[in-house]
Design a protein around this ligand. Structure first.
Ligand code: PMP
Length: 441
């Protein structure tokens, strides 16, 4: 199902002239004078030949300031589950704009959105709102620590949980359970002293950490599908084994569903994989592009917020502009779930299949609407350690070449699809990828 039928006959496959970016280049130079590095989130810095300046988006397409049109698989780094500027979101936002954007007070909308999350997400009995995924991760950890009276948190190599001091670690790979460093200058070493890092899919390592720190581990936090580390699924039984270990050791199991939530299934990874977390964190797709994040879970845990034992603040928490967009998105996802999620997965599968058919050295991993490409590493990997040989520079050149052929994807290899992408967009993308590969190999 396509949300927006956007056609542009002049841009049909074969008639396209390679894109060039003189106005973007000029803006990038101007930006660098007043914005450090010229970008407002470090992940956007790696684009070749330089970051692009976009002007508008509709359905699966974006247009840059030079007038080039791209089929977009960046999708705002994940949120745009319905594509760009879908009618369902536009209508809700315009209506809300007439009434105000934030009140710093309660609204019917926050109840409605919490009720929708409780309806859709397994195990969600109550919900707290914030704005970014990073904030929601911080809230979830605080709740878990308050609930257990413990401080240590177990996390996994290659998993990303936001950029605040405690969670931004590096190097991402091969660091082992104890040897990791802060992922940025400016982070005090003490900020991460309660963090233990296990290799993904290594249940023995997790058990070992829990036993070594018996009675001290507050939480185990993970991306239930490791997306940030390169779309690496949990091995069969791994999530269920984590559930069992968390129960045995009285630790809170936290699924960071900032990417997987409302994308893999209406109830996220918990629904798709059939494993229940104690707390689940949402962001990105929850609002099809408006910024809102949430922590959902058992009432027994969230009661700590009600009791004032866990402080949860935020000027923009539950702002009505974001909530109006989220309410409209979640209603739409709920009402259309029978066709929307299978369609989303099938579009992702089509993209993955088409790219895979281009053959080595391009390596493709995917799960439904989340696809990953890389060079020089095995397709079957169980942890980021298996990706050591990957050629990231070649991949960035591939994505740069794709741009000239009208396809916008992330340099690091993550491709998101939306309900707005049509079969013809996927076919055009695979054809563009074939040409881009020939240019960079
Ligand atoms: N958790 C995961 C799994 C993420 O992918 C991200 C962002 N990519 C975050 C947390 C942080 O979210 P935000 O960028 O909204 O702070």
């Amino acid at each position: 199902m396509r949300q927006e039928m956007v056609t542009d006959d002049a841009d049909h496959e074969g008639s396209r002239t390679p894109a060039s970016f003189p106005i973007s280049a000029e803006l990038y130079e101007r930006a660098r004078r007043v914005i450090p590095g010229g970008v407002t989130s470090a992940v956007r810095a790696g684009a070749l030949p330089h970051p692009l300046y976009l002007e508008r988006g509709a359905g699966p397409y974006v247009w840059d300031v030079d007038g080039n049109r791209y089929i977009d698989f960046v999708l705002g780094y994940g949120p745009l589950i319905l594509g760009h500027a879908p009618a369902v979101l536009r209508t809700a936002l315009v209506a809300q704009l007439e009434k105000g954007v934030t009140f710093g007070s309660q609204s019917r909308l926050e109840i409605e959105v919490a009720e929708l999350i409780v309806e859709l997400v397994p195990g969600a009995e109550q919900v707290v709102f914030s704005t970014s995924g990073t904030e929601a991760v911080a809230s979830a950890l605080r709740i878990a620590r308050a609930a257990t009276g413990r401080e240590i948190v177990i996390r996994f190599e290659g998993h990303y949980h936001g950029w605040f001091d405690e969670m931004l670690i590096g190097p991402r790979r091969g660091a082992g359970a104890t040897g990791f460093a802060p992922g940025s200058e400016g982070i005090p070493a003490a900020a991460q002293q309660n963090m233990l890092v296990a290799p993904w899919n290594d249940i023995g390592a997790v058990r070992g950490l829990l036993e070594a720190r018996r009675g001290q581990v507050a939480a185990i936090i993970l991306e239930p599908l490791l997306v940030n580390g390169g779309v690496i699924s949990a091995s069969p039984g791994f999530l269920a084994a984590l559930r069992t270990l968390a129960d045995e050791h009285g630790a809170i199991l936290i699924f960071d569903e900032v990417i997987t939530g409302f994308r893999l299934a209406p109830g996220g990874a918990q629904e798709l994989f059939g494993v229940r977390a104690d707390l689940a964190i949402f962001g990105k797709a929850i609002g099809a592009g408006v910024p809102l994040s949430a922590v959902a879970g058992r009432k027994g845990l969230l009661d700590l917020v009600a009791a004032g034992r866990v402080v949860h603040n935020g000027t923009f928490n539950g702002n009505v502009l974001a909530l109006a967009g989220v309410a409209a998105t979640l209603r739409h996802l709920r009402d259309e779930r029978a066709t929307l999620f299978p369609r989303l997965s099938s579009i992702g599968d089509q993209l993955a299949r088409g790219l895979r058919e281009l053959g080595p050295p391009l390596v493709v991993r995917s799960l439904g609407p989340i696809v990953h490409t890389a060079f020089g590493e095995p397709a079957d990997v169980t942890s980021v350690r298996d990706r050591e040989g990957g050629d990231r520079a070649l991949h960035a050149r591939f994505i740069g070449a794709l741009l000239r052929h009208g396809v916008h994807a992330t340099p690091r290899g993550l491709w998101y699809v939306s309900t707005a992408h049509g079969d013809d967009d996927i076919a055009a993308t695979v054809a563009a990828a074939r040409r881009a590969l020939a240019e960079v190999l």
